[in-house]
Design a protein around this ligand. Sequence first.
Ligand SMILES: *Cc1c(COP(=O)(O)O)cnc(C)c1O
Length: 389
Amino acid sequence: MIPCGHQSIAQKEIDAVVETLQSSWITQGPKVKQFEQALADYCRVEHVVACSNGTSALHLACLALDIGVGDDVWTSPISFVASANCALYCGANVDFIDIDPDTRNISISALEQKLERAKQTNSLPKALVVVHFAGLSCDMEVISLLSKTYGFYVIEDAAHAIGSRYKNSYVGSCRYSDMATFSFHPVKNITCAEGGALTTKSAALASRIRQFCSHGVTRDCAKYLDQTQGPWYYEQHQLGFNYRMSDIQAALGIVQLERLDEFVAKRRQLAHIYSTRLDSLPLKLPVKINDKNDRAAWHIYVIELPDVQYRAKAYDWLSKQGIGVNVHYYPIHLQPLFRKKGFELGDFPNAENYYSRALTIPLFVDLTGEQQNKVIRILEEITLLEDKQ
Ligand SMILES: *Cc1c(COP(=O)(O)O)cnc(C)c1O
């Protein structure tokens, strides 16, 4: 069996986790601090808050921006449901922007048109959650300009994009956004088993995020409203959550982060091999990244088959031969929860068309040449057979 994605855990990670288990801190302590600092250094960003997973990171981002009932948040229909759920947790409305069929990220022209219409009807969003699909960064410079023109916040859902670059900055630097969120689930480019993080340039946002991440409680006595209590005292200022990361998770994350550049190099190499060897088959492949400054971290490799039946056959055939395949993603607006809110088939045609033909093939750091050859060979067989019919 060749899985679709898989974590790469070496002895170093095992040793780091065991060492933490043998120390006196296993919940949030020095390892989380160290992980946050390492991530800040990597992304070249001022503030990092580690948290329990990518979904809680997105929720914290919305909380920090005070998103609530009556607000609108826009995102991509081709993402994991968490990109939209974060706004629903806060009582806000969610809407979507159709994708660009080539990058599979939100379409800039669709965004511009939707913003112009929203301006006329006084229904501009409070925040836009952009998703760097498969690790390919959205055009953040343009999105940042639009955010200034129309007045909305930008959250980057960078769950696919740790280690990716956009122009001359790392995704997570927040050069063109208010915040970025990461996930360290094992299918992502680095893992903490479960884990997440937010990055921001804003000290004020970072401080709000920290408070919401730990019950809305502060232990900073300078901020206390009641100064008469003793050293045991803490104060709750907001309704927060327990979204903290543990030192065990952080110990794993620290070592994974040290290996990230090596992981990204390997993913790029594997993606390049697919792009070269699948080029002559009747498949639509991910856009080639020619500009040296636009460097994706290749979280997943998605091919598009000619039609929906062909995709179903390819999925079955590959699965039967022990190749792990997947579909990223069923459009969020078509999920029953969102249909109940009034979305329907036809709302975002590029997303729907992409979904009907998409197939994610194996891509992970420890994928061997032999395994990759097998995936390519089976894809060649499928397309040849289909051509004869
Ligand atoms: C994985 C993922 C998330 C959620 O992360 P978890 O750590 O699983 O909560 C959110 N957005 C995208 C795009 C993802 O791929």
